[in-house]
Design a protein around this ligand. Structure first.
Ligand code: SPV
Ligand code: MG
Length: 473
């Protein structure tokens, strides 16, 4: 779901939801991983993290760049604290267009005058914009959003500047009439009571948001009970970081060593995890210059013993957990970095669904076997190749281990031997040594492979999956 639609859902749900502040891509990632359903990008913390005051000192361009790094990293919706909209209604329009382009879910603008001051600083001296002017800004924003679900929140600072409840309610009502999707009522009171009163008198013309920085001890159910749609925890992430950094800096500064802090700071490997360092090896395998891996999947036969289920499709097209077996196989191959996939078809070849593969045909599938099918894809038999039967179901780690093998030809052998009881005819395998019953990462050489090996010499079954290096091919 689009981020803006997610934000709308948070605002219009049955119960009160909460979102949490983030000021860069890292903190956004951490908020998302904690399961919080949305992010508030606060002007206070964004400016503070960038060495500026919360007095409209951070430029629109700076904010957009940081927002873009966040939307590139998280899926949850971001509500941006757009202050006064960076100037007049025309500036606000430029902001809204650019936020839509970057996938930001919504913006909140407040009815102060530019350049604004944070609500908790000299609040009584702050001026509010005339109602008409602010309504014009709301209309200007709504008129130019390119994402129809983009959320515009109008915030009134009437309680902050001491203009009182009447004024707050009147302004909130006017802003909703002008097109605001939600209202943010801000308060610097240490109790939730003024917001409760606002909620009693405002009605339900639009979802209401509050920011309990000063009344943080309010029990969560009270927000719900009052009918608040969304609570914003507006600065806790930066405050947590500042506190931790100050303590670590002081200890290192005093002692000249990191010995004392190592135990309570995040390990370096946590940073690697947060920046998805492992993801690079994955994409390197898929797109890197050395990624020449190919696969040939044999899907020409009907597959035995499933009768009516294969009347209009080969066995590999039967869905297991809702997805055809061969589709899952192709997904697994791609996830392991195999880009170039060839599929040999025969029986009901037109029923095969994987897209983006190269298809070869074995028209004599009824008279021939796997080797003839493999030969049908002769043109693909170059370099490093994974070969697989199309109807294989296996856990992906098996493919992963196969890809790390250094041998010229590697076969995957299942050593569990259920066929000894069922009598099913399989490709029996004798290994260079009997494998242990427990987990074991050793590779064995192939001593013999045949459907006719005696039970006593049989160590397992070739499952129909293997790999051949350029040399092996
Ligand atoms: C912010 O987080 O920047 C806000 C809320 O606008 S407040 O700091 O309380 O003004
Ligand atoms: Mg702000």
């Amino acid at each position: 779901m689009k981020a803006s639609q997610q934000l709308r859902q948070l605002l219009c749900g049955e119960s009160c939801e909460q979102i949490l502040e983030a000021h860069n891509a890292l903190s956004a990632t951490i908020v998302e991983a904690a399961g919080v359903p949305g992010i508030w990008v606060s002007s206070l913390t964004l400016s503070c993290a960038n060495g500026l005051r919360d007095n409209s000192e951070l430029t629109m361009t700076q904010a957009l760049e940081i927002l873009e790094s966040m939307t590139a990293r998280v899926e949850i919706p971001i509500l941006f604290d757009g202050d006064t909209g960076y100037g007049h209604f025309n500036h606000f329009q430029q902001l809204v267009r650019r936020l839509c382009l970057r996938g930001v879910a919504g913006v909140c603008i407040e009815d102060k005058v530019f350049p604004k001051t944070n609500s908790f600083l000299r609040s009584e001296q702050q001026k509010l914009a005339p109602v008409e002017e602010f309504c014009g800004k709301i209309r200007a924003g709504k008129d130019c959003q390119t994402d129809p679900d983009f959320v515009l929140v109008a915030r009134t600072e009437a309680l902050i500047t001491g203009l009182g409840m009447e004024c707050a309610i009147e302004r909130a009502e006017r802003y909703v009439e002008a097109g605001a999707d939600a209202v943010l009522i801000h308060s610097k009171d240490s109790s939730f009571a003024p917001i409760q009163e606002f909620m009693r008198r405002f009605g339900d013309a639009a979802p209401v948001i509050c920011v309990p920085t000063t009344y943080y001890s309010t029990p969560p159910e009270a927000f719900d009970h009052a009918g608040i749609a969304l609570v914003i925890w507006a600065n806790q992430m930066l405050r947590a970081g500042v506190d931790a950094m100050q303590r670590v800096a002081a200890r290192i500064g005093e002692s000249g060593s990191a010995r004392d802090v190592e135990d309570f700071i995040a390990p370096v490997k946590e940073l690697f995890r947060l920046q998805d360092a492992d993801g690079l090896s994955q994409i390197d395998r898929t797109y890197g210059q050395n990624s020449t891996w190919k696969a040939v999947v044999l899907a020409a036969s009907r597959g035995e013993g499933l009768d009516a289920l294969t009347s209009d499709r080969p066995k590999c097209m039967i869905p297991v957990r809702g997805i055809p077996v061969i589709e899952k196989l192709v997904q697994n191959l791609r996830a392991e970095g195999v880009r170039d996939i060839s599929i040999v078809r025969g029986y009901c070849g037109e029923a095969l669904s994987p897209e983006g593969a190269t298809y070869y045909d074995n028209p004599r599938w009824q008279q021939t076997g796997e080797i003839a099918s493999l030969a049908s894809a002769r043109a693909a038999l170059k370099g490093d190749i994974v070969f697989a039967y199309g109807d294989l179901i296996f856990k992906r780690y098996i493919l992963h281990e196969l890809m790390t093998s250094g041998a010229a030809i590697t076969l995957v052998v299942d050593a569990s031997k259920p066929f000894l009881d069922t009598g099913r005819r399989v490709d029996r395998v004798t290994l260079s040594a009997p494998p242990p019953a427990t987990y074991d990462e050793d590779e064995y050489s192939l001593a013999a492979i045949s459907a006719d090996l005696p039970d006593a010499e049989t160590h397992g079954e070739w499952i129909g999956l293997g790999r051949s290096s350029a040399e092996g091919t």
